[in-house]
Design a protein around this ligand. Sequence first.
Ligand SMILES: Cc1ncc(COP(=O)(O)O)c(C=O)c1O
Length: 476
Amino acid sequence: MNSRSPFYLRFPQTKNLTAMSSDLTKVILEEHEMPRQWYNIQADLPSPMPPPLGMNGLPVSPDDLARVFPMNLIEQEMSSERWIDIPPEVLGILKLWRPSPLYRARRLEKALGTPAKIYYKNEGVSPAGSHKPNTAVAQAWYNREFGIKYLTTETGAGQWGSALAMSCKLIGIECKVFMVRISFDQKPFRKTMMRTWGAECIPSPSTQTAAGRRILEEMPDTPGSLGIAISEAIEQAVEREDTRYALGSVLNHVMLHQTIIGLEAKKQFEKIGHYPDVVIGCAGGGSNFAGISFPFICDKIHGKPVQVIATEPEACPTLTRGPYIYDTGDVAKMTPLLPMHSLGHRFIPPALHAGGLRYHGMAPLVSHVKQLGLIDATALPQTECYEAALLFAHTEGFIPAPETSHAIAQTIREANKAKEEGKEKVILMNWSGHGLMDLQGYDAFLSGKVTDYALPDELLEQSLAAVRDHPRPPEA
Ligand SMILES: Cc1ncc(COP(=O)(O)O)c(C=O)c1O
């Protein structure tokens, strides 16, 4: 362990309280113990992340982004300050459900017969049901402070759309959500949640935007994709002076806001005198994974041995099979070129139940730490994930979101490995959300209608043809 780590300076080691923790089921922080600052990993990266590029091939400037995001968030996006203060009003709203509990999954451990200690950070306790409000509240607040009255966004599974709808209501601005059509049809009650919080929710692709109309002409029966919904939401945001766009993942400031998860988890581990050997999160755009792992990756950069694993679906294997390239975050190429692992911006993933993991790209910061060798990535079949979700529900009670089930399946793999090796590993998993609005997927699985699908090489090649002439970021 390196004593120069900024985390060890900030959170001094507590005495070993293992004896006290031996029968704990959950570790709770008091409200006054909540982190007051977010952690920005950009301050500690061994080599800086390559910049996003405009279509002219030059690094984007803050002004290039000003029609899409408010300047206070653009500053955060580009900041390399290690610690950024959480505004008191944002902290006050986060306190409605935070600090979130860190659970010890004792009953799951017992069912697996593993010597591993499995901990999970339960982000399903937020009003919208996932980690997404951690950044939604912050983004709504910064927009309102900048004078913005209206936010547009996309949503896949509906977790992000609900989170932003709730946050806009609590902060006092309007919200419109383009929801990927397949999820809109599969999850009608997510739409009702958004409407209950006062937001408008429409299926994407829609006829309301030029991008949506173009796609509908080309592919009238498309299930939609996050890439299409993002194009629609940005198109509407840039049309009005009082409107901006909010993104639920991928961008640096979203990763930043989510670090409250990992910062709390570190404090919780300090309380019980443990430290994880392995940290696991599912990865769609990368935000819940970054949220739990970046504070631990900081320690890893400073010499602490901790393995960090991002896990994704075999059907949408962005980190494991997508090349590291410059690509746009949306289909209509309205975003800058981001340095990221990508399956190609025109990639339309199959109609998976884990709608929040159906995204062609991966957060540039997550892609960069992968390039730096600081994290590993795995891609899992859908049925293994549902089996894992059922075992979790049968032992721990909570029904996880289909996205979260990927983290659970990877955790089970690690716990089984610990059993084979006879090692008492400490595993930390981000339990990114509950699945109470995702029961259609469970229904399909329980009726034997869910099958596995690994992306065929030919389809990946076809999709990557659209990005062949894009510039390449330098290898880290
Ligand atoms: C419960 C849950 N987990 C994970 C994700 C994946 O998103 P991200 O990778 O940004 O955390 C989503 C996205 O909607 C989600 O709803």
